[in-house]
Design a protein around this ligand. Structure first.
Ligand SMILES: O=C(O)CCC(=O)C(=O)O
Length: 293
């Protein structure tokens, strides 16, 4: 069975209100030590191309001996390849918490991303996740970002601008992984609405914690300037159950899975994590155990 974790039990109506006001909420210590160890072990395996299911992930950025050592390593839709990652990102507990915070009646997995920032890796540009979603209607997304290491300022942690999910949505920023000034797109967006020096909040939490953030919030990750701290995380990007494809071009990964003549986001590729009206996808338990669909 997918991981069970105390997420919803830690959320009260005040937290929902804080999520709506601030655009993100931090929940510490939701994964146990066994789950953290299992997820950490998946990272080197995946980047070596050792896939439990024999299926390649949808994106694979960084190869040993080929890619630059100071670039952030990331893989998109690792759940299709690795069962430890599947056990995390297909957990209905994540979907339930997202539904509670957003008010969506049901939640699907859009995609996962695993992020690995060893010491010396560069920053990740500030962006708004929803800028990447205009090929869906509604074009909403919410992310649950899990830490697998203690995070701290200077160690490549994720940073947020509180309340910035209420700013206008901007275009996708260029140069995602090796920017000159990783905060520049956010600073430009702030100045375009007359805000000088927006406050940036670094996430400093123990391994096994998570941040749930709105798709519109500005966030990015600083360089890891530490000499020995790993920074590994898993982002679970979710979409509302009723999301459909539009005719707007784009959808780099998502669009590959659009069936001819259909606008539907098919369950085999966008699994239903939680729904108030339907049962979540019955195949998930079997897949997480055996890798069989
Ligand atoms: O973990 C990171 O460095 C980036 C995470 C991120 O941008 C996201 O999950 O949306």
């Amino acid at each position: 069975m997918p991981f069970s974790m105390p997420l919803l039990s830690q959320l009260a109506p005040e937290d929902r209100q804080a999520f709506q006001e601030d655009g993100f909420i931090v929940i510490e210590n939701v994964l146990d030590q066994g789950q953290i160890a299992r997820l950490r072990a998946a990272f080197p395996r995946l980047f070596k191309g050792d896939f439990d299911t024999g299926v390649y992930p949808d994106e694979w950025h960084w190869r040993e001996g080929v890619s630059l050592p100071d670039v952030t390593r990331h893989i998109g839709n690792a759940w299709k390849s690795d069962l430890a990652i599947a056990n995390l990102v297909l957990s209905s507990d994540i979907g339930r918490a997202a539904a509670y915070l957003t008010g969506w009646p049901g939640v699907k997995l859009g995609q996962d991303t695993i992020w690995w920032k060893p010491p010396g890796t560069k920053a990740g540009t500030f962006h708004q996740d929803s800028s990447y979603m205009d090929f869906l209607r509604p074009s909403s997304t919410v992310t649950c970002w899990f830490t697998l290491d203690q995070t701290y300022r200077g160690g490549g942690t994720l940073e947020y601008v509180k309340g910035s999910h209420k700013w206008p949505l901007t275009a996708i920023p260029p140069n995602f992984l090796a920017p000159e000034n990783y905060r520049a797109p956010m600073e430009n967006a702030a100045s375009s609405i007359g805000l000088a020096n927006p406050e940036v909040i670094p996430i400093e939490v123990p391994a096994g914690s998570c941040v749930i953030h709105a798709g519109e919030i500005w966030h990015g990750s600083e360089a890891n300037i530490s000499s020995e701290s790993m920074r590994r995380s898993v982002g679970v990007h979710m979409i509302p159950e009723n999301a459909v494809f539009t005719d707007t071009k784009g959808g780099y990964i998502y669009r590959r899975y659009q069936r001819v003549g259909s606008r539907e986001l098919e369950d085999s590729f966008f699994p239903l994590l939680y729904s108030s009206s339907a049962k979540s996808s019955e195949w998930i338990g079997r897949y997480c155990e055996t890798g069989r669909r």
